[in-house]
Write a protein that binds this ligand. Structure first.
Ligand code: IMP
Ligand code: MG
Length: 442
């Protein structure tokens, strides 16, 4: 299950829903930049690293190899769950995941400041610098935390090296190596019982024919390789990233489910063609409670962008979509969907790779009538107003992908299951009978 937009698509709720029939839930990328909000009865859980599957007592949850782990946040999150009487016994952490250190957080914030108007608008959680060290091959992995002697030597070297950067490049005070080492040795002991060879553990579950859900964090457009670079995160939130980040082969994945909001939001900097200003933006933000789970930042809001939707279908090989927060649009008299961009006087139907071209894209809209009726109590497609159904049909048609789930509110029961999202019917990817959008086919 992956995000089909810029993150915050409502994946927390959909994972929670899909976790019901999963024996194992795996996070493969990202770190504590993610924020998943799950509401169960009257309790709200805010999860950053731990898969929401943890709320089901028999589901095994894995924080995979491609993630970056900030132990202080992870341990806090585990404590929060235990305080709410949720067991963390079924939580497993990959020994090859990389560890976020205090210098990563400091460098993330300081480098954003240095970028000035070119800043990315990161979450400030040290994600980029942790992944940079992984690529530079100077990172600390969970397995290093497990070996005390090794860790001392590695950390002493790394802290020295980073102190030079903190002091000389950013004018910041150096970190005290002993303090950091003591802090991380303590984290290591707390995490030790949860550390495993996660690829092996997942493979055993595959051989036992268990149902496994790979839970994406962030979204397609934030992908390091295929997103709106440089305004992206430093991992691969697309479907292919699930294989790399958990150590499994692509042949074992049966189905890829995308999650998209019925409109679009983005948090952080970077171009956003369908972004709105004024009363409609305010309405989407208010009705959608569009404030970040991790940073509390107000999310930028705009109309649904089907160019991006089609891109997500292509890049991830989506089998179906879950559309979330449809109810947020309930009061609007008309609703727009971006079907193409105008770029320098020409119609552009595919996402441009250049950030400056993307910044010049003007949305070309198709306008649909709104339904102006509450939908959050609808429990089947038949309950939905005709215009709401037409809106969904339009989205499925233009993106050439079936919609399997429609979500109409935060709670577990505010959901319409259109077709079994896990077992199919598995349709051909380009199965779109007589779509009026033939001009857009490849
Ligand atoms: P970073 O991941 O903290 O480096 O931030 C890079 C970009 O990704 C920024 O625009 C963030 O706002 C965005 N981002 C990172 N994680 C999330 C998320 O979970 N939801 C939405 N945006 C995110
Ligand atoms: Mg989020």
């Amino acid at each position: 299950m992956i995000g089909a937009q810029w993150g915050d698509e409502g994946k927390g709720k959909i994972t929670d829903l899909l976790s019901r029939s999963a024996d194992m839930v795996v996070r493969s990328q990202g770190g504590v930049n993610a924020g998943h909000t799950v509401v169960v009865q009257d309790q709200t859980f805010k999860l950053h690293l731990i898969p929401s599957g943890i709320l089901y007592p028999d589901t095994e949850c894995i924080i995979g190899s491609g993630t970056v782990i900030d132990p202080s946040v992870l341990l806090e999150e585990m404590q929060q769950l235990r305080d709410l009487k949720v067991s963390t016994e079924n939580l497993f952490i990959s020994q090859t995941a990389h560890v976020t250190m205090p210098y990563h957080r400091l460098i993330d914030k300081a480098s954003e400041e240095k970028r000035g108007k070119h800043k990315i608008g990161t979450t400030g959680r040290g994600i980029g610098p942790t992944y940079a060290d992984k690529s530079e091959r100077t990172g600390i992995r969970i397995i290093d935390l497990m070996n005390t002697d090794d860790l001392r030597a590695k950390l002493a070297w790394a802290i020295n090296y980073k102190n030079a950067i903190l002091e000389k490049l950013y004018n910041l005070p150096p970190l005290n190596p002993e303090t950091v080492i003591t802090e991380y040795l303590d984290y290591a002991e707390q995490l030790r019982p949860h550390v495993v060879d996660s690829s092996l553990k997942i493979y055993k579950a595959i051989r036992q024919k268990k149902n496994i859900l790979f839970e994406g964090a962030q979204g397609t457009l934030l992908d390091l390789d295929h997103g709106t670079y440089p305004y992206v995160t430093s991992s691969n939130p697309i479907a292919g990233g699930a294989c790399v980040g958990s150590g499994i082969g692509p042949t074992v994945i049966d189905r890829v489910i995308g999650v998209a909001k019925a409109y679009t939001t983005r948090v952080g900097e970077g171009p956003f063609p369908t972004e709105l200003e004024g009363p409609i933006e305010q309405l989407l933000c208010d009705r959608g409670a569009e404030f970040g789970t991790t940073t509390g930042r107000r999310r930028r809001c705009g109309w649904f962008d089907a160019v991006i939707g089609r891109y997500a279908v292509r890049i991830n090989g989506l089998d179906c979509l879950a559309i979330t927060k449809l109810d947020v649009l309930d009061t609007l008299p008309e609703i727009k969907v971006c079907v193409a961009y105008e770029l320098d006087g020409k119609t552009c139907r595919h996402l441009p790779s250049s950030a400056s071209e993307f910044a010049r894209c003007q949305p070309m809209y198709h306008t649909l009538p709104g339904w102006e009726k509450p939908t959050s109590d609808c429990r089947s497609l038949d309950d939905l107003p005709e215009q709401a159904l037409d809106y969904l049909r339009f989205l499925a048609e233009i993106m050439e992908v079936p919609i399997a789930i429609v979500s109409l509110g935060a709670s577990r029961d505010q959901t319409i299951i259109v077709e079994d999202p896990i077992h199919g019917p598995k349709r051909a990817l380009l199965d779109h009978n007589g779509s009026p959008w033939d001009a857009m086919t490849y």
